[in-house]
Design a protein around this ligand. Structure first.
Ligand code: SF4
Length: 573
């Protein structure tokens, strides 16, 4: 993956000769390399232009007007979406959420993010492309990404020198630190909420030669960007949390899997790792303890949401298409390269430092009984102050809405596209594993929003991101989109509504991984809670086929030179 990324950065795409060369040099089959290129959205085997523009197309980008800006840029180059200009200069397309929802609309140019797009900024970008100005000479403010932290709690307010939490963990010893983790009842912040101490213990006790700590920084859930902020302003905590995890389980290697959309962070993060090596916080005999060796590498993803699933992430790290594995066995026993592996989320690892520093009992006193500690929320949508908010678990949705300046809110999508859609009467519910569980995204929708269109946007996202491994998800997500598009065209009936319910059940019960299992949830939730947004589109009484079979047979009739009445379907039936 990293070789392909670097090849593409040099050549703009990965040509066939490069695949052949790499296959020979790496003793791999060319088809294996091609399969990897084909799987990832950000790898290209033909030129996509010297400047590759991808507009972020999350529902919040749409709310901020990305569609008009996309059209503006397309017309300036006389292109259609996805087309490469005849002179090979530029291509313009859309991508899934780029993690900039608090400062959108956003786009990526050659994988570097530009935020706060406006008509004026689009015009400037077009001029820079036309004059073939190298990216390094573009105005620096285009690439400025702000943290937008509006509420801090223990993670963001606790002062901690680099190495301080690690020293404390080393004083406790691996077993003592593990005991603190278990006392804290700390649950992973990636969404599933598994107890981190129990996960570490299972990995520590698993048979195996080598152990690994993986940091999942592939936050691709639409509406989430908290890992972006943590890796911008609290990366030392994340690296230190990884080192503590390595110390506890006996690993000597850690890998950060960084989503491709955060390419702009790579050099800075690598410089921070280098500084930690120089300070003996990474490397050999860390802080003078003989035999405690641990180092961290950063691997870039290449634009696949499914790689946020831990086994898909491991496949991707191993240089393969990121398809979720069949579990069990779980990564704690058979993970990266088949060895015992701990996979933790960025926020989880950052918070480990707090537990090392202040103890498990202290941490357990924060939040609620079943959800200890705090949670970072990425808030976007219809509110005055989108950005990052850290709250103790148990905070009510209504309080969050008040703090972020949301008014006249009709709905809140908690946990991204795969999460839960809450209507006004549910705003008294709490953010906690025992009530509304979330990996951190919270999108606010005002009373003027169309929840059918929100669900349709999410459904197209899932269709785009399905890895295609299992039939229910591969076919189900496409059927879901087809039906929603048909309803949007005013051609839906009660039949389509029943089909949506049936698909929801099918995807939930027979998909291989969480992506497919939750793909129809936004549709199901909005059908239950915002039914009028569907009903007003059901203009047809009688079922109308979405597919015109007779029209599809036209080429066959032409080939056969037969266009008599009997060659038409309606006459055959
Ligand atoms: Fe892939 Fe979807 Fe199946 Fe998951 S549910 S393995 S994303 S096809």
């Amino acid at each position: 993956m990293q070789i392909l990324r670097e090849t593409q950065e040099r050549l703009d795409f990965i040509p066939k000769w490069a695949v052949d060369y790499l296959a020979q040099a790496l003793c791999l089959d060319g088809a294996q390399i091609q399969a990897v290129i084909d799987f990832y959205a950000f790898f290209y085997d033909s030129s996509r232009g010297k400047y590759r523009i991808l507009f972020s197309d999350n529902v919040t980008d749409r709310m901020q007007g990305n569609t008009a800006l996309l059209s503006r840029m397309l017309s300036k180059f006389s292109l259609t979406q996805g087309q490469v200009s005849g002179d090979g200069l530029v291509s313009i397309d859309t991508a899934s959420c780029t993690g900039m929802c608090d400062q959108g609309p956003a786009l990526l140019v050659n994988n570097y993010a530009i935020t706060r797009l406006s008509s004026q900024r689009i015009d400037q970008i077009c001029e820079l492309i036309k004059s073939q100005t190298p990216l390094v000479e573009w105005p620096a403010e285009f690439f400025s990404v702000q943290d937008n932290i509006h509420r801090k709690d223990v993670l963001m307010t606790t002062e901690m020198a680099n190495g301080q939490a690690l020293k404390r963990a080393m004083e406790l010893g691996p077993q003592g630190m593990l005991a603190e983790m278990k006392t804290s009842n700390f649950r992973g912040r990636g969404g599933a909420g598994f107890t981190t101490g129990v996960k570490w213990e299972a990995c520590k006790n698993a048979p195996g030669q080598t152990r690994y700590v993986l940091c999942n920084a592939d936050e691709g859930e639409p509406g989430t960007f908290k890992d972006r902020v943590l890796l911008t302003s609290f990366a030392e905590r994340v690296f230190e949390g990884m080192t503590i995890a390595g110390y506890v389980i006996g690993a000597s290697k850690g890998l950060v899997y960084l989503r491709a959309e955060y390419r702009f962070m790579l050099e800075r993060l690598q410089a921070q790792l280098e500084a930690r090596r120089k300070a003996n916080l990474l490397g050999k005999d860390i802080l003078g303890q003989q035999g405690f060796n641990f180092d961290i590498e950063i691997h870039m993803g290449a634009g696949a949401y499914v790689c946020g699933e831990e086994t898909a992430l491991i496949e991707s790290l191993e240089g393969k298409p990121g398809r979720p594995r069949i579990r069990p066995p779980f990564p704690v026993t058979h993970g990266y390269l088949g060895q015992p592996t701990v996979v933790n989320n960025v926020e989880t690892l950052a918070k480990v430092t707090l537990i090392a520093q202040n103890g498990g009992a202290w941490y357990k006193g924060l939040g609620t009984k079943l959800s200890t500690g705090t949670k970072l929320l990425s808030i976007s949508g219809d509110c005055d102050k989108p950005g990052i908010y850290e709250y103790p678990f148990g905070v009510r949705i209504s309080k969050v809405l008040e703090d972020c300046g949301a008014r006249n809110t009709m709905a809140v999508q908690v946990g991204g596209a795969a999460g839960t859609c809450l209507a006004r009467h549910e705003f008294g519910r709490k953010i906690a594993f025992e009530d509304v569980s979330t990996s951190g995204a919270l999108m606010v929708f005002g009373s003027n929003r169309d929840m059918f269109e929100v669900a349709r946007n999410f459904s197209h996202f899932f269709k785009h991101e399905s890895c295609g491994f299992c039939t229910p998800c591969r076919v189900g997500t496409t059927l879901l989109c087809n039906i929603l598009d048909k309803i949007a065209e005013g051609k839906g009936t009660g039949y389509e509504m029943n089909e949506l319910s049936r698909l929801h059940q099918l995807l939930k019960t027979s998909s291989h991984c969480g992506l497919g299992q939750t793909a129809a949830s936004p549709v199901f939730d909005t059908m239950q809670k915002f039914r009028p947004s569907y009903d007003r589109r059901l203009k047809q009484k009688d079922f109308e086929p979405a597919f015109d079979l007779d029209a599809a047979l036209a080429p066959a009739r032409e080939i056969m030179e037969r266009d008599d009445a009997d060659a038409h379907l309606e006459n055959e039936l």
